[in-house]
Design a binder for this molecule. Structure first.
Ligand code: SF4
Length: 293
């Protein structure tokens, strides 16, 4: 980006066009993420998008920021490392429900309890899309998939109750077909100081014929319009996070101001580690580097 270029959605367009199926919910999430960066005035060199493996985890290739397409379930450890090395960066981890709530669930919990200043966006389609339609940790009971032809017998994970219990300080749920609200939720998540999760209903139009756009549209309701709902009330948020069935809440369930990991760790008192002197002479630095290459 040149100094004369005004930040816009076009600035953030990646060189690679998304290879998602036409109609995939992930398109809406990508657009909202770009809109959030523009709204917050975050230029490409100040943002890093990290993913794991899966259809949605291809996202860093489709946006013009720094990006890492890491290993399955490992977006949060990589994002953690980047944020600890340079906490002036806006670090956003992205991925799917299989990636984050299956193989990555241990990282999910530990990252939240630390209240690292990260944003985590999960494109939750209740199925494994990239591997062509197997049961994921959020697949509903009874759902017939390739791996459960007689219907899923396992209870699905409730990502937002887990997030609340583990200590996330910004807990939200969006729907990729409700673009304006999703952009606001993602902008709020990035602006929030602490661990933010936005779990997004992002339909897989090819392999999930149950949790379709129509299925979600019939069920979701906005917490904004819920009289008396207070997103500072932990117990109320826990109640909303468990609602599933005929009515499913979307919006900001919970927000809390709590010191972040970076606020409380004394090593950050003098600013980002990348800006601190290494304290090594050149020869030692080169030999250490050679050992790790
Ligand atoms: Fe999206 Fe599903 Fe296609 Fe993957 S398989 S790109 S999740 S619609």
């Amino acid at each position: 980006m040149t100094t004369m270029e005004k930040l816009s959605l076009k600035t953030l367009e990646g060189d690679v066009h998304p290879d998602w199926c036409p109609g995939c919910g992930d398109f809406g999430v990508l657009k909202s993420l770009k809109e959030a960066f523009v709204t917050l005035g975050i230029e490409p060199h100040n943002a890093l998008v990290v993913s794991g493996i899966g259809c949605s985890s291809n996202l860093p290739g489709f946006i013009r920021t720094y990006g890492v397409h890491s290993l399955h379930g490992r977006s949060l450890p990589v994002a953690t490392g980047a944020a600890l090395a340079n906490h002036a960066l806006n670090v956003v981890a992205v991925g799917g429900d299989g990636d984050g709530f299956g193989i990555g669930i241990g990282h999910f919990i530990h990252t939240m309890r630390r209240n690292l200043n990260l944003t985590y966006i999960v494109m939750d389609n209740e199925i494994y899309g990239l591997t062509t339609g197997q049961t994921s940790p959020t697949t509903t009971e009874g759902h017939k998939t390739k791996s459960t032809p007689r219907g899923n017998v396992e209870r699905p994970i409730q990502p937002l109750t887990l997030a609340l219990a583990a200590g996330a300080t910004y807990v939200a749920r969006g729907f990729s077909a409700q673009q304006k609200q999703l952009t606001e939720l993602i902008s709020g998540a990035i602006a929030h100081q602490g661990f933010s999760i936005v779990d997004v209903f992002s339909p897989c139009v090819t392999f999930n014929k149950v949790n379709t756009y129509a299925w979600f549209k019939d069920r979701v309701y906005d917490l904004e319009g819920e009289a008396g709902y207070d997103n500072a009330d932990f117990d109320a948020a826990m109640g909303k996070a468990q609602e599933w069935g005929e009515r499913i809440p979307i919006g900001l369930l919970f927000k809390e101001e709590r010191p972040t990991y970076e606020d409380t760790e004394p090593i950050y008192a003098n600013g980002p580690l990348v800006d601190q002197p290494l304290g090594l002479d050149e020869q030692t630095f080169k030999s250490l580097l050679a050992e790790t290459m």
